[in-house]
Write a protein that binds this ligand. Structure first.
Ligand code: GLA
Length: 382
């Protein structure tokens, strides 16, 4: 893909990129909506990424292009950094990173030519947005000669998403894209945040089924869940739900609305499931991990209400396939993708069976990706 980026960069800008960076998409392994509640989460960087190339210009023009949209968007570096609407709205990710750098008192590049190419499917819950934020951050920092640690880069990405793009997400997506490691899961204690890795037992496979469905209100629904969790914490009397125990939840049940009770129930149980998954992984007990994945999905469906019929159907079907340890929705929910943790025995034929059943029910096929783990964001030196 680095070659594809260079070829496209030359075709559009008639020159070579001076700096190239790559950042991966991610799977949310377990820990659904725990991150902004201060809880722990496990994710994996996948072998699909966004590549960004950049060359500085001396005329103050910032020119943005990508392999997914036609044309070049030209902005003046002297103009205020403002959100863009319409078909060029993808540019809000790199613009958000520039704004986050500026607001963190870091130097930002003036004029440049910028190109992004990607093989992370968009809208699948695999965080193509975090991947573009981190790869953009790396080239912008390099272009201004700024040295910044991995954790600070991850935080810049999240700041861009929270403050410029306007999604109140936690640290999961950027953290996993930044700290990913091949054959490992990334563990994030989101309160710190503190980043760590957990070895993935040999013979673990990830299969992703992208439904291509996206709830029209997804952004609003994510923000609403965030709000409900904060409300629940307030009524229970803690700063964040990570500090609430099951007993505290039971004690506050009468004071909570039915909705806020359900959201808190999911988050509190899910935090316990992440801890259980870490110890099962340490013992190499993938069967136990699989059960936790299924329990996580059912909790999302019942308590957090962020699943949908397509995802439930996939998880139920996958559960009945030989070689599947467990399956669950991955990411924010309300559409997007389900992922399965499988043995080596699960292959294309099994994937096809699930796809056929899905086709018969919903009239279209899911996109199937056999993902491998990959390394986190890095600059590419040529
Ligand atoms: C999205 C957000 C993450 C996280 C997940 C749900 O992917 O970007 O921060 O909240 O949803 O766990």
């Amino acid at each position: 893909m680095t070659d594809a980026l260079i070829t496209r960069f030359r075709a559009v800008f008639a020159r070579d990129p001076d700096f190239i960076a790559r950042a991966p998409g991610r799977i949310e392994f377990i820990g659904n909506h725990t991150d902004y509640n201060g809880g722990p989460v496990l994710g994996a960087a996948i072998d699909r990424s966004v590549w960004v190339g950049l060359s500085l210009r001396s005329d103050g023009k910032r020119r943005f292009a990508s392999d997914s949209k036609k044309g070049v968007l030209e902005l003046e570096s002297g103009a205020p950094l403002e959100r863009i609407t319409g078909q060029n709205s993808w540019v809000n990710y790199p613009l958000g990173v520039l704004a986050a750098m500026r607001d963190s008192s870091l130097p930002i590049p003036g004029g440049f030519d910028y190109m992004a190419v990607s093989n992370v499917p968009m809208g699948a819950g695999l965080s193509s947005s975090a991947a573009i934020e981190l790869s953009s951050g790396l080239v912008f920092l390099k272009a201004t000669g700024t040295e910044l640690g991995r954790e600070a880069l991850v935080k810049l990405g999240r700041k861009a998403e929270n403050e410029f793009v306007g999604v109140p997400c936690g640290i999961l997506d950027q953290g996993v894209s930044g700290f990913g490691k091949k054959d490992h899961l990334v563990y994030i204690d989101c309160r710190g945040p503190r980043f760590d890795t957990v070895p993935l037992p040999a013979g673990s496979n990830f299969w992703i089924f992208n439904t291509h469905t996206k709830h029209a209100l997804i952004d609003g629904l994510y923000a609403a869940r965030h709000q409900e969790c904060m409300e629940a914490a307030k009524v229970i009397g803690v700063g964040l739900l990570v500090d609430a125990t099951p007993a505290m939840l039971a004690g506050a049940e009468q004071k909570l609305s039915r909705t806020t009770f359900k959201r808190a129930r999911h988050v509190i149980d899910e935090i316990a499931r992440v801890a259980a998954a870490v110890s099962a992984l340490e013992k190499g007990d993938l069967a136990a991990v699989g059960k936790l994945l299924l329990a996580s999905h059912r909790s999302s469906r019942t308590w957090f209400e962020n699943s949908c019929p397509e995802l439930d159907f996939l998880v139920d079907n996958l559960e009945s396939e030989p070689g599947v340890y467990g399956a669950r929705l991955t990411g924010g929910g309300f559409g997007g993708a389900a992922m399965a943790l499988t043995t080596d025995a699960f292959g294309d034929e099994a994937g096809q069976r699930v796809s056929d059943a899905y086709l018969a029910k919903f009239g279209s096929r899911p996109e199937i990706i056999h993902a491998r783990t990959g390394d986190g964001a890095s600059l590419i030196t040529r």
